[in-house]
Design a protein around this ligand. Structure first.
Ligand code: TXA
Ligand code: MG
Length: 312
């Protein structure tokens, strides 16, 4: 069910969940201080309770409402990358609900850049807990229609158009003057290191965000990755029914072909929408032309590997 901005603000303040646009993916939002609203998020997503949620805030001025400290390093990262697709995991104040942080001693914070998300945060005055607005393990939504298809008409959705970043935020744990990447995203390790001034410290925290596991971001249709167009064409010839995702131009015979821009920013923006459309064809196999393994493509590699159920 579509709602407008004023309705979304009223619903959130009354302790209901609303799917909202952000620049990365759509989030299933609720008042981060309202535990029954938070439980509703877990129930709708069918998400295990041990997987914590990101709290979205209006600006870095609100960080200390949630975290016990905002180190110089965390402030530097926030100053450059907020508002935007960066989530900072910081030591949590004890008052932060253990439901939102799933019992962790830390809280994940993000200031989203999307103007509609910003308007919601300003007008509601709330911190909004919001995981991606999809069922657990399924593809993240990058449009209001994806949310309705995945979660059903009963969930209120605020339409803010197609998400421009297109994949989930980069997650970084910061402890004092040390940092560690917990989830790859379009803000790369190189960009983070340049701002941090020090390389990441591996094993600062458990290496993965608790919610990072293999069966994530998956379409329903089996998906296979190919490191060359030639290998993909060979495989397509052996399939009864397939769809192909191609980097840049091209067309594969006997296979519905989808073309995405052959650059990381352009492909990220279209990735989930394209996978949603390929999945809807109900073919036997999705064949994906994998991008090169250079640093700027790593986040896309990560999502494709998870979608293919084979992390490599
Ligand atoms: O771009 C995004 O991050 C989107 C939009 C809606 O903001 N949100 C998103 O949320 O991707 P979700 O719940 O699908 O993924 C959040 C990830 C999970 O893997 C979770 O385990 C991790 O963040 N996370 C949350 N709080 C954490 C914490 N305190 N420590 C470590 N990881 C945490
Ligand atoms: Mg998610």
């Amino acid at each position: 069910m579509q709602v407008n901005l004023a309705e979304a603000v009223a619903l959130l303040k009354a302790g209901h969940v609303v799917a909202i646009p952000t620049e990365t993916v759509y989030g299933l939002a609720a008042d981060a201080r309202n535990e029954s609203a938070l439980r509703e998020i877990y129930a709708i997503k069918e998400r295990p309770a041990h997987n914590p949620l990101i709290v979205h805030i209006g600006s870095s001025e609100q960080v200390l409402d949630w975290a016990t400290g905002f180190s110089e390093l965390a402030q530097k990262l926030a100053a450059v990358f907020w508002p935007g697709p960066l989530t900072l995991v910081l030591p949590a104040r004890s008052a932060v609900s253990s439901v939102v942080r799933a019992g962790e001693p830390t809280v994940a914070l993000r200031v989203p850049a999307h103007p509609v998300a910003q308007a919601l945060l300003q007008q509601s005055g709330l911190g909004l807990a919001a995981p991606s607005a999809n069922k657990y393990t399924q593809l993240s939504p990058t449009s209001a229609q994806h949310v309705l298809n995945g979660l059903g008409e009963a969930v209120p959705v605020l339409d803010g158009g197609a998400c421009q970043v297109g994949i989930e935020s980069t997650i970084v744990a910061v402890d004092g003057n040390q940092w560690q990447l917990l989830r790859l995203g379009m803000i790369t390790e190189v960009a983070l290191t340049a701002v941090a001034g020090v390389p990441q410290q591996i094993q600062l925290r458990p290496p993965k965000a608790p919610g990072q596991h293999l069966l994530h971001y998956s379409p329903q249709t089996p998906l296979q990755l190919f490191t060359s167009r030639a290998a993909l064409i060979d495989a397509a010839a052996r399939e009864n029914s397939c769809a192909a995702l191609l980097l840049g131009d091209g067309l594969i015979e006997h296979c519905t072909s989808f073309n995405v821009p052959n650059n990381p920013v352009g492909m990220a923006e279209k990735l989930y929408d394209t996978l949603h459309r390929m999945d809807a064809l109900h073919v036997e196999k999705l064949l994906i032309e994998a991008p090169p393994r250079t640093v700027e493509w790593l986040a896309i590699h990560d999502r494709l590997a998870r979608a293919s159920h084979s992390l490599n």
